[in-house]
Design a protein around this ligand. Structure first.
Ligand SMILES: Nc1ncnc2c1ncn2[C@@H]1O[C@H](COP(=O)(O)OP(=O)(O)O)[C@@H](O)[C@H]1O
Ligand SMILES: Nc1ccn([C@H]2C[C@H](O)[C@@H](COP(=O)(O)OP(=O)(O)O)O2)c(=O)n1
Length: 236
């Protein structure tokens, strides 16, 4: 048997995994950890929507004017790294990983990501990144299973109670900014409603996605659950 045939027999098959769900359900933490454990690449599509939003704000585009957002959607050059150990994102060559997490970007991102021209551009970018990952990839977002990668090998939809999600996010913000639990819960509910209610590829569970309610699970338990689902798929 030649070397290529031996490698094909021993290397695990590439697997494409889409993980969707609302904010605070554990998508990023789970996706990164699972990708690192299984030697897969990792893509945070929310970071890309945040990056384009940050660029719009920094360039004086009125984010509440869909026509202005659409006209500018092709301008910024967004590059995402896919190493789960060191997720990276640059806009026009500059590191954007810090600025995309500000409260201003969080408040504007749903409006920008509802604009079809923005979605078309980023969906194309996401598909080309996934296609360029021969070992396989875990892609997380809101519309991965329904729109970006409808043929993914495995689709997972994470949920958690609004209370658990707000407590997790509020815990993250503590020390950074004085944001109370009630304000965090209200901001999450507003973003959920906008993301689920937009007409172009809204946040939704794909019909063939496995739903995992993480409310009563530790992060380690969620990671284990997803690793098991992937291993079952690979073994099938
Ligand atoms: N099952 C869990 N139990 C407790 N905390 C969790 C759990 N999953 C994630 N977290 C924490 O909740 C916060 C939000 O998680 P994150 O992965 O960023 O969610 P998402 O990407 O869905 O918005 C993080 O601080 C993370 O460590
Ligand atoms: N595939 C995706 C990913 C994110 N978005 C939009 C909607 C989300 O509110 C924002 C930010 O996503 P992100 O995953 O960073 O949000 P959180 O980490 O949950 O706060 O981007 C989207 O429309 N489609």
């Amino acid at each position: 048997m030649d070397n290529a045939a031996t490698a094909a027999r021993t290397a695990p098959a590439a697997v494409v995994v889409g993980i969707d769900g609302p904010s605070g359900t554990g998508k990023s933490s789970t996706s990164r950890a699972v990708a690192a454990k299984l030697g897969l690449r990792y893509l945070d599509t929310g970071a890309q929507y945040r990056a384009i939003t940050w660029w719009m704000l920094a360039n004086g585009i009125d984010v509440d004017d869909p026509a202005a957002v659409a006209a500018a959607a092709g301008k910024p050059d967004i590059v995402s790294g896919t190493d789960p150990a060191a997720p990276a994102i640059t806009v026009d060559g500059a590191d954007a990983s810090g600025p995309i997490r500000t409260r201003e970007v969080t408040a504007a991102v749903s409006a920008v990501s509802a604009v079809p021209a923005v979605r078309t551009r980023l969906t194309g970018l996401q598909r080309s990144i996934a296609a360029a990952a021969p070992v396989g990839i875990v892609v997380e977002g809101r519309d991965i299973g329904t729109t970006v990668l409808p043929d993914a090998d495995l689709k997972i939809f994470l949920t958690a109670s609004p209370e658990a999600r707000a407590a997790r996010r509020s815990g993250e913000l503590k020390g950074k900014e004085a944001v109370g639990l009630a304000a965090t819960a209200a901001a999450l509910a507003k973003r959920d409603a906008a993301d689920s209610g937009r007409s172009t590829s809204p946040l939704a569970k794909a019909a063939d996605a496995v739903e995992v309610d993480t409310t009563e699970l530790t992060l380690e338990q969620v990671i284990e659950c997803v690793v098991t689902l992937i291993e079952e798929k690979r073994g099938a």
